[in-house]
Design a protein around this ligand. Structure first.
Ligand code: GLU
Length: 469
């Protein structure tokens, strides 16, 4: 049997970590078994679906290099197919037209519940054989056989049973003529010969409905794997509405696609104590049996750790390419400063993301931005001006701009003013970069060069004068 899986997002929000996790697991499971992976967009909820999100889905998968063998199929383009099957079901009695208005239905149900102890209510249309020929709007409902428990085996959770009384006949086609989500899923899984459905735990309750439809059309029941939820550190389930989890935001923030994949892989799946997985290893080692039953917590700390690991493995060429793109986007000319290849090497080991590296590199090509609050509140004191003037005077005397000579004048000032190294380093650091945290100041000064150093120190002195500090 050829394994066929699918990723079937509804384009109603940006793809988040949880969505991508089901995509990743479905994709890996197909790849491991030489199967097929299909991309399907479930967009029959026209009100909430949006093309922006379809583009986001495709862009995200491409960035992560999760490739699909077929698709993207759009459910909105298959309405005829769904309706043809619904007509067949109407003819053979597996479905019926329900003419009750919502209010009518609710009222009748309410009355029945009171008298009949909350037994599921099916309206009179279920057994009404008379044809109503006027234009009264109707929905189509599935005729659920009575006395039938629904049981299925979930790969992670084992046997799950839904008791026979739990479901009432449900709508498979709305009064606006559009088939419902559960119906389209089943027809598509059938048409696409999906063997393994891997999706979020929130779909467990849809499964008995889908199995009822599968039974009605006499299709095969696929294997189900419902992956546990992911929560934030406060225990709240992450959702599409929360932009913090939009995967492409991580791209902008300078995370590497493989670090994201590796992180997501481990978020709910394990292989002994192994943390680092190459793409080949992922495809070779992934299995459904090691998926966790309990929920997983998203922590940025671990993602940062992995990203840093992969940043360290990045080739010089890839790193430079990324940095060039970053500066092009910001219209920053890197030809008037140190070479990028010399720069990034002093930074990248202390950075979690590419954008942290880029922002540090930026110091060398742009004028510092002095943040008044930072300067005033934390570091400005009686020594500041004196340090800056002394430093300016001393660098004028340096003939050879070397780390050794820079260290020498820093020490000279330090002894003269009887202050500690931290104070002088912070003053110069702020004047040169406008930032509190940078790599060692002597490295920075050396790379930035004498001319620019002089320029920035003069600027800092003027800034202090201008603001009357
Ligand atoms: N369209 C559903 C969603 O975005 C997934 C349905 C499924 O995988 O069966 O949550």
């Amino acid at each position: 049997m050829k394994i066929i899986t699918r990723f079937a997002p509804s384009p109603t929000g940006y793809l988040h970590i949880g969505n991508i996790r089901t995509a990743l697991y479905s994709w890996l499971f197909a790849r491991k078994n030489n199967g097929k992976f299909i991309l399907r967009i479930e967009n029959t909820d026209f009100k909430r679906s949006n093309n922006i999100f379809i583009k986001n889905i495709i862009k995200t998968l491409k960035w992560l290099k999760i490739d699909w063998d077929e698709g993207p199929y759009l459910q909105s383009e298959k309405l005829n197919r769904y309706n043809n099957i619904i007509n067949i079901m109407l003819n053979n009695g597996n479905a019926y037209k329900c003419y009750c208005s919502k209010e009518e239905f609710k009222k009748n149900k309410f009355q029945q519940n009171i008298t009949k102890n909350n037994i599921k209510y099916n309206c009179k249309c279920r057994n009404n054989k008379t044809i109503i020929s006027n234009n009264k709007p109707y929905t189509v409902k599935l005729h659920i056989p009575k006395n039938k428990n629904i049981t299925f085996i979930d790969t992670i959770r084992g046997k799950i049973t839904f008791k026979k009384n739990i479901l009432e006949d449900f709508i498979i086609k709305r009064s606006n003529g559009i088939p419902t989500y559960n119906f389209c899923v089943v027809i598509d899984d059938w048409d696409m010969k999906i063997t393994h459905v891997i999706r979020g735990e929130e779909h467990i309750n849809n499964t008995p409905k889908q199995i009822h439809i599968i039974n009605a059309i006499k299709a095969l029941i696929p294997s189900y794997t419902h992956v546990s939820v992911i929560t934030d550190t406060l225990g709240k389930k992450i959702s599409k509405r929360d932009n913090n989890f939009d995967i492409l935001k991580y791209k902008e923030d300078g995370y590497l696609p493989h670090a994201i994949l590796n992180y997501i892989l481990r978020l709910g799946w394990s292989y002994g104590n192994k943390e680092i997985f190459s793409l080949e290893e992922m495809k070779k080692l992934f299995n459904l049996k090691n998926l966790n039953k309990s929920s997983s917590i998203f922590t940025i700390k671990k993602l940062n750790w992995l990203n840093r690991y992969y940043l360290n493995k990045l080739s010089e060429k890839d790193m430079i390419n990324y940095l060039k793109k970053f500066f092009d986007k910001k219209d920053i000319n890197v030809n008037n400063g140190p070479k990028l290849k010399d720069l990034y090497k002093i930074f990248y080991k202390r950075c979690n993301t590419l954008s942290e590296i880029s922002n540090l590199c930026k110091i060398f090509y742009t004028n510092p931005n002095y943040n008044k609050n930072l300067v005033i509140k934390k570091y400005l004191n009686n020594n500041t001006k004196i340090i800056l003037h002394l430093f300016l005077k001393n660098i004028n005397t340096i003939k050879i701009w070397s780390i050794k000579n820079i260290d020498y004048i820093l020490k000279k000032i330090l002894f003269k003013l009887n202050i500690n190294f931290k104070e002088i380093a912070m003053t110069i650091r702020l004047a040169i970069t406008g930032r509190e945290n940078t790599p060692p100041i002597n490295n920075i000064l050396y790379l930035i060069g004498k001319k620019k150093t002089t320029h920035h120190i003069k600027n800092a002195i003027n800034f202090i004068k201008f603001n009357n500090f």
